[in-house]
Write a protein that binds this ligand. Structure first.
Ligand SMILES: Cc1cc2nc3c(=O)[nH]c(=O)nc-3n(C[C@H](O)[C@H](O)[C@H](O)COP(=O)(O)O)c2cc1C
Length: 204
């Protein structure tokens, strides 16, 4: 029996959490993340949860037990856990800071473990002269420790402040094309990893 397109169960939209790593007053991270947000909205196919770590305002990790135990005692940890658990994929927009990535992002990552595990993540890294590449290189081993699956495509932005005008980030060169390729990859990885997590639950 042939299956008509109309008979197919539609795929649920991919829940993509976009995280702004910088919490600094006057940050350009907000402009870069708003460009990312607008690009994803125009493209479609993703349901975005936009997380501004400055607004989330997590303290430094203050749980007694290790995240793998998931025995949270703080309301902010339980709320963060529930929000991350909902996501199918992540996109981190982080500045390069002293050849590493945003310390606020590191802290937000360190709060949890299982909620990140076996989900795909894409990186948009920006900086000054270093241009973001050292930032994403420092982030990769942390993500792998948390069992996140890092997309091979990424967007590194050199001298990002020179591309911000009146608060708007203006993409140049291949940046929009690279972002699209990264979103294609997240769009392919998210359902595959979702079904992998679901079968692990059934087998578990
Ligand atoms: C403390 C500090 C260290 C920095 N270290 C680097 C660096 O190692 N490499 C680089 O390319 N840019 C570096 N920068 C530049 C930042 O990446 C750049 O200012 C970026 O805009 C910061 O992000 P934000 O404006 O969203 O906070 C540094 C900036 C600060 C404040």
């Amino acid at each position: 029996m042939s299956i008509r397109i109309a008979d197919r169960v539609p795929e649920p939209p991919i829940k993509l959490m976009v995280v702004i790593g910088s919490v600094r007053p006057g940050r350009i991270g907000l402009s870069v993340a708003l460009w990312v947000h607008e690009h994803i909205t125009n493209r479609g196919g993703f349901e975005i949860d936009f997380v501004d770590l400055a607004e989330l305002n997590l303290p430094m990790v203050d749980e007694h037990r290790l995240p793998k135990a998931q025995q949270y005692t703080r309301r902010h940890t339980s709320a963060w856990s529930a929000r991350v658990e909902q996501a199918d994929a992540f996109l981190f927009v982080s500045p390069e800071i002293n050849s590493s990535f945003s310390p606020a992002l590191k802290n937000a990552l360190d709060f949890l473990f299982h909620e990140w595990s076996r989900k795909p993540v894409g990186l948009v890294s920006y900086g000054g002269r270093g241009g973001g590449a050292f930032g994403s290189a420092a982030l990769r081993p942390v993500l792998s420790e948390l069992e996140l699956v890092v997309a091979s495509g990424h967007v590194d932005i050199h001298q990002a402040s020179s591309q911000v005008e009146d608060g708007f980030f203006l993409p140049e060169g291949e940046q929009a094309v690279r972002l699209d390729a990264l979103l294609d990859e997240l769009g392919a990885l998210a359902p595959a990893l979702r079904s992998m997590r679901e079968s692990a639950l059934v087998a578990g």
